[in-house]
Design a protein around this ligand. Structure first.
Ligand code: NDP
Length: 342
């Protein structure tokens, strides 16, 4: 595959131009491009600029509203409700995160719900921002279109529903844990199906709920959650924390993030920010406990902290540039020039 190296700023600018030319208002395009380029910087290519062609097609079709402006209401002292208004997710999330940061000092704990939203990308970025910029312990949840079946069924009802956590660490970047609740991303099964290769047992079931190593049968079936029935219970928990608490579509009601068919996905996100000194210890004691707990882990040979692989990639990609498939960049340049099919 032919590739091209782009500095972060150039990647961000190209994505923003492609999104603007596809109908996103300027600030929404910039916020979206920034999140996608940051995911690429961290090596999360599945949630980076590779998503722009699909977002652009959805903007052009009106499945995502390019001119949507997030609307904020304050249902309670420590809560923020953001209506993404069928627009891109990132402007609504940025609005909610800014509110959380501004309320945290007084409130101690803040919950932000985002409804009528779209693909939130790499969820860890937002909790990392809350940890770095607001000093918060932060947790994020989002639901996503159906891919995982409840135990006993082969019918996907719920999304891969990622969960992310971050907390500040003295003298370094925050610790970030960021994971989806499926064993593997659907994209890996799609690649196996394209190559005609089998998949390992434990990744997916067929449409009857039977384990399968046939990638095509898996695509017609369901992805398996991490941790068997316990993971499936977490998937349901995330669905309820997002789709129920924010009155959004459940996975089985949401349209795809990948194509322009159907109406807006209207999924939901939930962010919780906790000020370390506001719970049962003062801030310095919390910081000392974080250092002691992570330090003990790192004293074990071969152990690293979650998120540190991404930080290493971030440092390298910032210095050297991000490697992109040439074909993707050509597609984005066509979109940015305003002549793409979307
Ligand atoms: P990974 O499986 O790559 O990583 C899961 C977590 O485990 C990371 O925090 C990772 O840290 C950590 N980890 C893995 N191996 C180790 C290890 N040996 N030691 C310590 N920690 C480790 O993530 P996923 O594939 O599940 O998710 C990828 C991205 O996709 C995420 O950003 C997620 O938010 C996003 N996503 C978004 C969806 C959406 O609808 N918006 C849907 C599904 C996924 P590290 O990264 O440093 O390795």
């Amino acid at each position: 595959m032919s590739t091209e190296m782009l500095p972060f700023d150039a990647a961000e600018a190209l994505a923003a131009a492609a999104l603007r030319a596809s109908g996103a208002r300027a600030e929404a395009a910039e916020q979206t491009a920034s999140a996608l380029a940051r995911a690429d910087l961290d090596g999360i290519a599945s949630h980076g600029l590779s998503r722009v062609p699909a977002y652009a097609a959805q903007l052009r079709a009106g499945k995502v509203k390019g001119d949507a402006v997030p609307a904020v209401t304050r249902p309670a002292d420590a809560t923020v409700a953001v209506d993404a208004a069928d627009g891109l997710a990132y402007p609504a999330i940025a609005t909610g995160i800014a509110w959380a940061a501004s309320l945290l000092g007084r409130a101690g704990v803040v919950a932000v719900g985002v409804r009528n939203s779209h693909h939130a990308g790499a969820l860890g970025l937002f909790v990392e921002d809350l940890a770095r910029d607001a000093g918060a312990f932060a947790i994020a949840f989002t639901n996503s279109p159906a891919g995982i079946a409840p135990p006993g069924s082969g019918t996907p009802l719920f999304g891969t529903n990622p969960v992310a956590f971050a907390c500040p660490m003295a003298g370094r970047d925050p610790l970030v844990i960021d994971l989806s609740l499926s064993v593997v991303a659907r994209g890996r099964i799609m690649i196996a199906a394209q190559k005609g290769e089998p998949i390992p047992e434990g990744w997916a079931t067929d449409d009857r709920g039977n384990p399968t190593t046939d990638a095509k049968a898996a695509l017609a079936g369901a992805m398996l959650p991490i941790g068997g029935a316990k993971g499936a219970a977490l998937v349901l928990m995330v669905e309820l924390l997002t789709a129920a608490l924010t009155a959004s579509h459940a996975g089985f009601e949401a349209s795809s993030f990948f194509d322009d068919a159907g109406g807006p996905p209207r999924i939901g996100h939930l962010f919780l920010a906790i000020r370390p000194g506001a719970v049962a210890a003062d801030t310095d004691v919390v910081a000392a406990r974080v250092a002691a707990i992570t330090g003990r882990m790192l004293a074990e040979p071969g152990v690293r902290l979650p998120g540190d692989r991404r930080l290493a990639l971030r440092a390298r990609n910032r210095a050297e540039g991000i490697v992109y498939p040439t074909a993707l960049l050509a597609q984005l340049r066509t979109l940015a020039a305003g002549s793409g099919p979307g």
